[in-house]
Each structure stands twice: as C-alpha cells, then as structure tokens.
Write a protein that binds this ligand. Structure first.
Ligand SMILES: [Zn+2]
Length: 237
C-alpha cells in the first residue's frame, strides 16, 4: 500500500531536525512525502533584514525538500507569532486536504518554542477540520483524518517516545538536508560553536542507543479519538 506522509513543522529546518531520517525511509519505500512549514523563519538570523532572511530560508527549505523528493507547502505566517487562529488553521486545512496524507507528523505539544507548541495544536486542528464537508476551502474534504504522530521535542527534552525508527541507513541524507539550511548552520556555529551534524548526531545517537542501532528518531502517537491501535511501529515501516 502506498502511503502519503506529511510532516508539519513550525520553522524551516524543524522537520529536518526531528524526522528527516524517517521521512527518507518512507521515501525509499516509494511513499509520497510532503513538508509543510507554517512560519516564514524571518527571525532566524542574529542581524539583517527579516524579509531577506525569510526569502533565504524558503530557498533553503525548498532545497532540502528537493533532496528528499518531498512536496513543500509554505504557509508563511510570521516567525515567532504563530497561533491557531482562523487564518492559519484554514491554511493548514487547505495544505492537508491538498496533499491528503494518511500519516501526519507534528511537533510535540510541549516542545520548547511557542511556535512549535502552536504548530502542534494547528496540526491537530487541521487534521480534524480537513474532514468537515461544510468547512469549505479550495481543496476537497478528506474522507478520513490522518493518523498523527508527535516528533521528539528539540534536544529530546520532554516525554519519552514510544516508537523508535532506525535511521542508520538514511542519516546521510538527513545530514545533507540539514546542510541545505546554510544560514542556520552558520548561526549555530557562531553562537553555540556546533553545527547541525554534531547536534543531530548526538540526538540520533541517544535515540539509537535506546533501541540498539546507530541512529534513530523517536515518535509518540497522538492519543485522541480515533485512537491508533497498537504501538509496535509506524505504519508501513
Ligand atoms: Zn523551530
């Protein structure tokens, strides 16, 4: 069965950090992938013109999506001011309906950044409203709401995962996707003295250690109606 997988992230690079290895595994198996980014990332630099920062980050996100072979949905809400408001919720519903995923990856509801927490809520709101026939957008309503899985919180600070995906075979493409975010790598290098690969290798190795592989990513099923049955693994992997 061919699956359709959408990951909804708050900022350009969040999906790469938290789920790129898993998405690449799905891609290798021939499933269709989409990345939906809710904000424009305009605060993602220490100095400069936020409009230029946002434009740069959109190009970087597109390059990373192209490497993965994923469709990119760019919602473009202002970085740092993401809310589950009518405009954002409607845009997210439209993206979900347009791609029609079976599986939705969303931020952990308790992740560190306010935009991540809002993005988690927006993903859950969009998932449900996407099926409502009388909620009219350009795209047709979905027949079935996609299953939702929360990605790890940044730095793995928060609730433990319940699903571990071995990404040892796809960690290289994850690294390449992260290097597409050149502006963020440079900022991280200058402020924290580390780069994405170091950060991701540490995070992936911790999850890998927990399940006996070199690198892994962790997820939790959203516990809401209709409840997912079983937790033996992600569908299709
Ligand atoms: Zn983020």
């Amino acid at each position: 069965m061919s699956l359709r997988i959408m990951a909804i992230g708050a900022h350009p690079d969040d999906v790469e950090i938290l789920a790129a290895g898993t998405l690449a595994r799905y891609r290798e198996r021939g499933h269709a992938i989409a990345v939906c980014i809710l904000t424009d990332g305009r605060l993602g630099a220490p100095t400069g013109d936020p409009d230029i920062v946002a434009a740069t980050r959109r190009e970087e996100a597109q390059a990373a999506a192209d490497l993965l072979g994923a469709e990119l949905f760019w919602i473009g809400q202002p970085d740092g001011m993401l809310y589950d408001n009518p405009e954002t919720r409607t845009a997210a519903v439209e993206a979900v309906r347009t791609f029609s995923p079976n599986i939705l990856f969303a931020h952990d509801p308790n992740d560190y950044h306010p935009d991540h927490r809002a993005a988690s809520t927006i993903a859950m709101s969009a998932r449900q409203l996407a099926t409502a026939p009388l909620f009219v957008t350009d795209a047709r309503p979905l027949a079935t709401a996609p299953s939702v899985y929360y990605m790890d919180p940044l730095g793995l600070v928060g609730d433990a995962p319940e699903l571990w995906v071995d990404i040892s075979s796809t960690v290289d493409i994850k690294r390449q996707m992260l290097w597409c975010h050149k502006s963020q790598n440079e900022w991280l290098q200058n402020t924290d003295g580390i780069d994405y690969v170091t950060f991701i290798d540490r995070q992936g190795q911790i999850r890998g250690l927990q399940c006996g592989v070199s690198y892994a990513e962790g997820f939790r099923a959203a516990r809401t109606y209709p409840i997912e049955t079983g937790c033996s693994g992600l569908p299709g992997l």
